[in-house]
Design a binder for this molecule. Sequence first.
Ligand SMILES: Cc1cc2nc3c(=O)[nH]c(=O)nc-3n(C[C@H](O)[C@H](O)[C@H](O)COP(=O)(O)O)c2cc1C
Length: 190
Amino acid sequence: MKVVCVLGSPRSKGNSSFLARRICDRVRSSGAKVKIFSLNKISYRGCQGCMACKDKLERCGVDDDLSQVLEAVRLSDCLILATPVYYGDVSSQLKAFIDRTFSFLKPDFPSNPMPSRLAPGKKMVFILTQGQPDEDQFADIFPRYDSFFRLYGFSTTLIRVCGVFNPGDVENHPEALQWADETAERLIKS
Ligand SMILES: Cc1cc2nc3c(=O)[nH]c(=O)nc-3n(C[C@H](O)[C@H](O)[C@H](O)COP(=O)(O)O)c2cc1C
């Protein structure tokens, strides 16, 4: 199994990255090949709306550090996305990555019943951590992005942890650790 993990938090030892790395460590010890990309450490632009991915190319027309991340996702079996909630949304680092995944869609995607350029059968784990303990707050984030990843053909899982603010808080959240471990086990068995 090839796993690509995209860390959207600028805090390399923050809550979302901790959970993502925990899953990565588990699946790696079961033989998976894991690549981890920390978006905050690479240089890239958001989607330029150039439509090169629809008019001329089968990939994103912007060549920068994100090109290798998008290519790794294309070749992977499983994508792990991890992000803090910032101002009621994913981090800006992750949002720019998501915009560039527009290149995964075929030119005729609005009418094509098979709109994705990606091979079918990929899995995606979406890890969201937020400071606000009220689960009703920011519950809209995952469904909004999930619909796009389903269009790409991913089957998706959410790990959402509320009420974690400082780096390390999630390590004192036994349920979150259990969700991460169960998710890793499911990936290993699949
Ligand atoms: C700029 C900024 C904006 C934030 N906005 C929110 C927010 O809208 N809602 C919320 O619940 N927490 C918010 N938080 C708190 C983070 O979501 C929380 O600390 C989270 O656990 C960080 O994850 P990380 O450690 O993986 O970076 C914000 C934090 C920062 C620094």
